[in-house]
Design a protein around this ligand. Structure first.
Ligand code: T5A
Length: 228
């Protein structure tokens, strides 16, 4: 069965992005999915934004320190775009071309939600940046993990321990509620690509829903349920 899975997905790799608010469980679910794909002998890499390539990781550091915020919403968005440009060119595209699946913790929907809806960067600016950085590249599937804001922030705080919240975790509760609404809207606007998953459950339950979404959207995984 594993052989069949590899054979039927030969060619370009699948591109799957994970999205959601702070502490929604993206990193946890990506790791579980990577393990599960490995079990059916599908080659996959796990990467993240901002970051994912050496150049983009430098920009990540700048952004999460809050330095980008000081420059204003447009310039901060340009920094996210610069990081994405490097990441796409040096990591994502080469992997997909080699038939390797890419599991990405955040992608352009994060820019749409955080900088577009919340930062109020104009759609024309976002569209132009998207054209330059990713062109026609779109995830084959976007998993949007949906949790109540309080739950996500509690999870993020528990994981952080005594460390300081980063630039976005430190925003007020309304910001996070608007963010949740923005993601729900993104899911509603593009149901072919996006699956909204209720992630207010234990990690195994959420992982089962993610796997079902994959099986339903990327039909090339045969007998997915039998690998549970
Ligand atoms: N950003 C990013 C933009 O503004 N624009 C952009 O274009 C892009 C790409 C990145 C920040 O940059 C912003 C958005 C972000 O604010 P980050 O440090 O990468 O920052 O942080 P996040 O992407 O927000 O991810 P987090 O690490 O905060 O959360 P995750 O990955 O969603 O959650 P995870 O899996 O680390 O889980 C958090 C904690 O909860 C537990 C985990 O064990 C962990 O302790 N947990 C659960 N607990 C109970 N039940 C479950 N189901 C659980 N799942 C996980």
């Amino acid at each position: 069965m594993a052989e069949a899975a590899v054979k039927r997905t030969s060619g370009r790799g699948k591109f799957i992005s994970f999205e959601g608010g702070e502490g929604s469980g993206k990193s946890t679910q990506i790791k579980k999915l990577a393990d599960r794909l490995d079990a059916v002998k599908l080659r996959a890499i796990v990467t993240r934004e901002p970051g994912g390539s050496p150049g983009a990781e430098v920009i990540r550091h700048l952004l999460l320190s809050g330095m980008g915020k000081l420059l204003g919403p447009d310039a901060e968005t340009l920094l996210f775009a610069a990081a994405r440009d490097d990441h796409v060119r040096t990591v994502i595209q080469p992997a997909l071309t080699q038939g390797i699946w890419v599991l990405c913790d955040r992608f352009f929907d994060s820019t749409r939600a955080y900088q577009g809806r919340l930062g109020q960067v104009a759609p024309g600016v976002l569209n132009a940046m998207q054209r330059v950085t990713i062109g026609d590249l779109k995830p084959d599937l976007t998993i949007i993990l949906d949790v109540p804001v309080e739950v996500g922030l509690q999870r993020a705080a528990a994981r952080r321990g005594s460390g300081a919240p980063d630039r976005f975790e430190a925003e007020d509760i309304k910001f996070h509620q608007d963010l949740r609404d923005a993601y729900r809207q993104i899911a509603a606007d593009d149901p072919q690509r996006c699956v909204l998953i209720d992630a207010n459950a234990d990690a195994e339950t959420v992982a089962a829903k993610v796997w079902t979404a994959l099986r339903d959207h990327l039909f090339a995984i045969p007998n997915a349920a039998s690998t549970a």
